[in-house]
Design a protein. Structure first.
Lengths: 502, 311
């Protein structure tokens, strides 16, 4: 193929083309003369005057423009940035669209394309592998949302950039275990405010004539209140099987840490300042399997059926039995408050309440989750580093945080919006959220301390979590097996998982 | 003329004509999309995973050569691999025979001349072309503690188990669900049944044989090649169970439905151990290959090939 090309543009070929062009140029006047009906040529004097007139006009206008005009701004080259997300439906999809369109308004030369990846409810199963593969093959998005996978060489270190923006950690729901690397350098900006509180169904409380619990109340008070709320088809309390709002929060109130990474030992049985994790777990287990205060898994499934009949859909529905409207008190995922609002859809009124305190430690228990947005390092090579960082930062800037406060796809990451009128208009009953979030940040148990991607977590964190979850959730809380034996088995299996050296 | 033609042949064979070259090029062009896809997306990853099986590569981090350490850990230390292998075999032992029997029975029924046959065939085949995720979601609902299956069990006065949330019942639930996808095996059997010559049945009748005689002496022997093929395919399929386990139970409760492929996936994308997961993948290939070879060896003893006898 290349030899053919060479032959086509050989010297002889070029000479031939040149000869043909010269012949055409020479032939042009002859052809014009042959036309016959051409108008008579103007005289030289007339031509000179006309030329003088035109030249004078052009010069005058040019000089005028040079004197009066301000220097025109240099147009920026068009740029395309991309965002990956698994927020694919409802208010969360709208948030992504808002991010892209608002950023474009402020940066007209930048077009933002949102890549909706994954199913929206199964991050580990499909969103993460897709984005990870993209990042490793150099085809990743400019900005990555909610990715727990954290090899820092893949992302841009943000310290200098955030400093130039006047970013202060304390203004946000910030976690050193998620946003930072082990050396304390920042790689991600906070995604939202994630912690579990409690919620009360106001309709059920009013109907039963039971007052809402005060700020200072204990586990035992909660059990008593739940008993008062219990009616034929109404349960007083939902004891979720999941970590969030469930057993992790109970361990949090007892002051445990997940494991000791150096000693490779599970520490979920070691309490602090009077905390008794194992006893608390047994009390928690008793709520369904002994006391009958909360529905058992089969009964919870029936309540979920009620919720589905009322049009509740989505993965979160199966974790929040209280959206059925048949449970007096339950846990509340603040990070998904807007999604929950859509699920409840005004079928009943609810209000966030202060979580009860442990009757052992006297502390409340909060399970803290953090998520992060990061910028792909490859944007540097693509020549879009600055724009990508601006896009990343836009998430925690006022326009976007205001959108979060008004629509609550996630609770705003910025502290100043926690008690804003926008947020309270969108979610009536969240008045206590801001002080709760403050307390949660002080005493909560960070999920990111154990899971992969979290600073200081074990490389075997996935195995550890699977092993512990298998015993705590599957065996004890869902299966109803002996809670003490299951708890001990969880510690044993957790230790084995930590010690694994693949 | 004949002599000239014969002399011309070697020339034609030695120097291929322009037309023959063009024909060959056309052929390559037609298969090019598949070929490129195969090299890039199948053969390439195969080769890459073969290399990865001997390294430690935690996604996004540096690669370190570890020799056979991944394989040693797999066989000697990884309890979850043993558990997942046990689960996979458990599934295979109940899934494959059940699948063959149910498919055979359904194919036999659909081979009868009854009204609405096309509709029945479509209905039974439909699950085989339905999305695995969609199917899994429907079965989660069916297996719910207050789902349709427990409702039906309740009608005969028995308590329904907590199917997907009970470590003892989760695997039986997945096995039961797997029978729903009998469409492909059934179609294979149906084709086989329709190919059995009628005169063989008539010969049995002439010899005084009844229904069982026809089945035993004609249907089953004539169907053995189809049964063999289905057994091979279903065993391979059993070692590749993934979607249903991921969506319905995510390997739980307490690893009761952790299949080998799910364990592999968890290592690759949960713990980012790409090297170890690759080693596991190749061990899985070896196991499937060994089982398939074994089946082919045994097949000579029980599979009847009509055409082989004729030759």
């Amino acid at each position: 193929m290349s030899s053919q090309r060479q032959r086509t543009f050989s010297r002889r070929g070029l000479l031939r083309v040149a000869a043909r062009s010269a012949a055409l140029a020479a032939a042009a006047p002859l052809l014009q003369a042959c036309a016959g009906s051409a108008p008579p040529a103007p005289t030289p004097q007339v031509v000179t005057k006309e030329v003088e007139k035109v030249v004078t006009q052009v010069v005058e206008r040019t000089v005028e423009k040079v004197i009066t005009a301000t220097p025109a701004p240099q147009a920026k080259a068009p740029i395309k940035l991309t965002i990956s997300t698994d927020w694919n439906i409802g208010v969360r999809r709208k948030a992504m669209e808002f991010w892209a369109t608002e950023f474009k308004k402020q940066n007209p030369n930048v077009t933002v394309e949102v890549w909706h990846l994954g199913s929206g409810g199964m991050t580990t199963a499909n969103y993460s592998p897709t984005v990870q593969t993209m990042l490793l093959t150099g085809t990743g998005p400019s900005v990555v949302t909610e990715m727990w996978w954290r090899p820092n060489e893949v992302y841009i270190q943000l310290d200098d950039f955030l400093k130039s923006k006047g970013f202060k950690k304390e203004d946000y729901f910030y976690s050193p275990y998620m946003q930072e690397a082990e050396d304390g350098k920042i790689y991600g900006v906070p995604f939202g405010t994630y912690f579990d509180g409690m919620v009360a169904n106001l309709d059920i409380f009013e109907k039963a004539g039971v007052p809402l619990p005060p700020k200072e109340w204990t586990f035992q008070d909660m059990v008593d209140t739940a008993k008062k709320l219990r009616k034929d088809d109404v349960w007083g309390y939902e004891r979720t099987n999941a970590m969030q709002g469930g057993w992790a929060s109970r361990m949090a109130s007892e002051g445990v840490e997940w494991y000791d990474r150096k000693e490779l030992k599970t520490t979920i049985h070691i309490g602090k300042d009077g905390g008794k994790p194992q006893e608390m777990f047994v009390d928690w287990w008793n709520l369904t399997w002994k006391d009958g205060v909360a529905p058992k898994p089969a009964e919870a499934a029936q309540l979920l059926q009620i919720a589905r009949s009322a049009g509740v859909v989505g993965g979160l529905a199966s974790a929040l039995v209280w959206v059925s409207g048949k449970i007096g008190m339950s846990w509340f995922p603040f990070n998904q408050a807007g999604v929950v609002k859509e699920m409840v859809n005004n079928r009943f009124r609810y209000k966030a309440i202060w979580p009860f305190k442990s009757h052992y430690s006297g502390r409340r228990g909060y399970f803290l989750e953090h998520s992060t947005n990061t910028a792909n390092k490859d944007v540097g090579a693509r020549g879009h580093r600055d724009e990508a960082l601006e896009l990343l930062y836009f998430w925690i800037s006022d326009p976007m945080q205001k959108f979060h406060a008004e629509n609550v796809p996630v609770f705003p990451a910025a502290r100043k919006w926690w008690s804003s009128k926008e947020l309270l208009n969108a979610l009536p009953g969240m008045e206590e959220m801001a002080p709760m979030a403050d307390e949660a940040l002080k005493i909560g148990l960070y999920r990111t301390k154990y899971m992969d991607g979290g600073t200081g977590s074990s490389p075997n964190s996935f195995d550890w979590w699977t092993a512990v979850k298998g015993k705590i959730e599957d065996r004890a809380l869902i299966g109803g097996e002996d809670p003490v034996a299951s708890y001990k088995a969880a510690i044993e299996e957790g230790d084995k998982a930590l010690a694994k050296k693949v | 003329v004949a002599v000239e033609h014969v002399r011309a042949l070697p020339q034609a064979g030695g120097r291929r004509s322009r037309r023959a070259l063009m024909r060959e090029l056309e052929g390559w062009l037609f298969i090019a999309p598949w070929l490129v896809g195969f090299v890039l997306f199948t053969a390439g990853p195969y080769l890459a995973s073969m290399v990865l099986a001997f390294v430690r590569w935690d996604l996004g981090k540096t690669i370190e050569f570890v020799g056979l350490r991944n394989f040693a850990f797999l066989f000697l230390e990884d309890e979850l691999f043993r558990k997942s292998m046990f689960n996979t075999l458990y599934y295979t032992v109940f899934h494959v025979p059940g699948m063959l029997v149910f498919s055979f029975v359904v194919a036999g029924l659909l081979n009868l001349r009854v009204r609405g046959l096309a509709l029945y065939r479509t209905m039974f085949y439909l699950p085989s072309v339905t999305s695995g995720v969609g199917m899994a979601l429907i079965w989660i609902w069916l297996f719910a503690p207050n789902g349709v299956i427990n409702f039906l069990i309740g009608l005969v006065g028995l308590p329904g188990p907590n199917w997907l949330y009970d470590a003892s019942w989760a695997m039986p639930a997945l096995i039961l669900m797997s029978y729903w996808g009998l469409g492909t095996t059934m179609v294979l059997f149906l084709a086989g049944l329709q190919g059995i010559p009628q005169q063989l049945y008539e010969a049995v009748e002439v010899d005084g044989g009844g229904w069982w005689g026809r089945v035993r002496h004609v249907t089953i022997p004539m169907m053995t090649p189809y049964i063999f093929l289905s057994a091979v395919l279903n065993i391979i399929g059993s070692f590749q169970v993934f979607t249903s386990a991921l969506i319905m139970t995510n390997g739980g409760p307490d690893n009761a439905t952790l299949f080998v492929l799910l364990h592999l996936f968890n290592n690759a994308w949960g713990s980012y151990r790409m090297g170890y997961a690759s080693a596991m993948g190749w061990v899985l290939v070896a196991i499937i290959l060994a089982l398939t070879i074994l089946q082919f060896r045994i097949a000579d003893r029980w599979v009847y090939y009509e055409y082989a006898d004729r030759s």
